[in-house]
Design a protein around this ligand. Structure first.
Ligand SMILES: [Zn+2]
Length: 298
């Protein structure tokens, strides 16, 4: 008997062949498969909002594979990525004190503990000695997540020690800067670090050793006014914000609207503040070439 078919009515939906079970092959539990997907931590690109797994990001040196945005690298990860081999970590013996017993909305030691828990670091500057393409050198990097990479006495101590080690062993010094400036909780003592670090850099230069600065997003305040602008060569990462006072403060002072790319690396390159902008993937080669040239290496 013929069944009457009304237009638009679907009689039955057959299972597509891709979903039919094959004897001998076990289909994984759907929930299990979903769990496996979500256990891999992902990072969202702030520029294009692509979700990239942490592993993929790490392999790509935290450059977004989709839009080439340079994401912030943690100081420790940055140095272990930059150096082929780490032979020593310097300055771990320096720990911050609270000489002013400073309290803003919270006491300074409490803020320090919070920063240490958050980052797993004891201070905002990490110094390592190691090799880059078999060239021994001293490299330091600011941890921006540690109180905005602010420069207090310990950052100064560690930087001076890095410079002294470089002089003693006749090695170049590389600095990856990322900072909001001086650490106001240490008052005048933090401002003194500008002079201390500048003097250490001068001793390095007197010894005829190269000092290369890599400006990473962002570099401001007392760090810009001292160690970050005293390099023999200043390299910046693409789109890094670099300045002394922040854009908003300048806008309020000069009563003018400052449009993009004000204070960006590209703008500073056009105005002679930065020597070159280097993609992170080319950074190791570029720094090596510069240092080898400055040290008259073959
Ligand atoms: Zn992206």
């Amino acid at each position: 008997m013929n069944q009457e078919v009304k237009p638009g009515k679907i009689l039955s939906t057959p299972t597509p062949w891709t979903e039919r079970s094959v004897p001998g092959i076990e289909v994984p539990d759907e929930q299990q498969a979903l769990k496996a997907t979500f256990t891999e931590p992902t990072i969202e690109c702030p520029e294009c909002h692509a979700l990239v797994t942490r592993t993929a990001m790490s392999f790509n040196a935290y450059v977004c594979p989709q839009c080439d945005e340079h994401l912030r690298m943690k100081a420790r990860e940055r140095l272990t990525w930059f150096l082929d081999q780490v032979t020593a970590e310097l300055g771990q013996e320096f720990t911050a004190k609270d000489p002013l017993h400073f309290v803003d909305s919270r006491p300074y030691p409490e803020r320090m503990r919070e920063a240490q828990d958050k980052t797993g670091e004891s201070e905002a500057l990490i110094v390592m000695q190691g090799t880059l393409k078999n060239l021994p050198l001293v490299a330091c990097a600011f941890e921006f997540d540690f109180m905005g990479g602010s420069m207090g006495t310990v950052v100064g101590d560690r930087f001076v020690q890095a410079a002294e080690r470089a002089i003693a062993q006749r090695q170049p010094l590389i600095c990856f800067a990322a900072s909001g400036g001086a650490r106001m909780q240490e008052g005048m003592l933090s401002l003194m670090q500008m002079a201390r670090t500048s003097a250490a850099i001068q001793r390095l230069k007197d010894a005829g050793l190269p000092y290369v600065v890599v400006l990473t997003h962002p570099v401001y305040g007392g760090v810009t006014a001292s160690l970050a602008m005293l390099g023999d060569v200043h390299i910046a990462e693409p789109k890094a914000m670099i300045g002394f006072a922040g854009k908003r403060v300048i806008e309020q002072t000069v009563r003018e609207k400052l449009e993009e790319p004000f204070q960006r690396a590209e703008y500073l390159l056009d105005h002679g503040v930065v020597d070159q902008i280097v993609h992170r993937h080319a950074l190791r080669d570029t720094v090596y070439r510069i240092v080898a040239k400055l040290m008259n290496l073959p």
